[in-house]
Design a binder for this molecule. Sequence first.
Ligand SMILES: [Zn+2]
Ligand SMILES: [Zn+2]
Length: 445
Amino acid sequence: MGFLKWVLAFSTLCTFLATPILSDSLLNKQQLANISANFLNSAKSPDLFDWMVKIRRTIHENPELGFEEFETSKIIRNELDKMRISYKYPVAVTGVVGFIGTGKPPFVALRADMDALPIQEEVEWEHKSKIPGKMHSCGHDAHVAMLLGAAKILQEQRDDLQGTILLVFQPAEEGGGGAKKMLESGILDNVDAIFGLHISAIHPIGTVTASSGPIMASSGFFEAVIKGKGGHAAIPQHTIDPILAASNIIVSLQQLVSREADPLDSQVVTVAKFKGGGAFNVIPDSVTIGGTFRALSKEGFSQLKQRIAEVITRQAAVQRCNATVDFDTKNRPFYPVTVNNKALHEHFQNVAGQMLGIDKIIENKPTMDAEDFSFFAEAFPGYFYLLGMVDETKGVFVLGHSPFYRVNEDALPYGVALHASLVTTYLLEHQLKSATRDQSVHDEL
Ligand SMILES: [Zn+2]
Ligand SMILES: [Zn+2]
């Protein structure tokens, strides 16, 4: 009998005999502590750790960009095959969804992203990227390894699970909207809740960072071509200068946040691209500008989008230019605001608090970066948190998307144990709630 069965038998008894210690949980502190301690022990076992590290390093050496994660996906499927975990493939080109448990509701999901970035690795180490110009510099290799680690320890408890755990390995988080494609496949239609994590180069190892409500911004990109009439730089009266028009457009765009947005609704508009002209004495025919816009509310985001298009086209007209604006949503879908579900936040605090200590849960301030986990969290209750990995004795850890990015592999067991504990206790709680409901119905008869 697995340890879950013992916990469950004990818990069911407690539900009817005692008041749970945690008001929003049917499992009491001791039971939660037992489950998380058991999973953390399993996750820290040298065999599991070494196996995970090996997988992570193999993936790190062979990074693949969004929707091209064929080899990464193959590694995942090979490991799932060895564990005798059934799965669906392909989902959204390279995605894999594994299943552990009864195959029946409730369905609770864990998510890992698989893609790398178009960056040349500058870290000199034994397992440096073998693919020129591509690198896992956001830690998604570690995310895959942790979800496989969780799969392994959850599979050992499969007979005691009352419900189904979905292992969601998704492609193309870095701008491609892989999560959106996974949802469109329909395979996640019945999911009741989903948890995801991102390894963090800011927070200490053994800590997690989380909060309820909006945690990351809605995000979109735009590109505009401003057309004028090129000519001699010394005879401007015979030209229509798109450089001047583009410059005025950029200044006007900066006023959207400062003058039109509610100061309490955080927004960003950044023009990060400006291409026009190639000579000192030639006014070009056209200029291309591009950038990103962000907001922490749906309303703020849609207003920004509308006003960016208006400002670009109308400000161009002031300087006699024509402008077209492309949001390129086909290749870069708008990401929604990432919103953490309140009930799942309480669940997370109970579980992580018992495993790591309540003082190891750091309150998260919303940021203006974006995560395509937001698509999942928009479709059903979702919860996303950061897993600290910083250990100053192991050198400096830089933020993701840097050629000098490193992962502290010592953090992997924490991610594994949190993954496993969050979904297992979610299913147990659900089971206990059903049992309580049945009991109360019975009492009334
Ligand atoms: Zn990233
Ligand atoms: Zn990332």
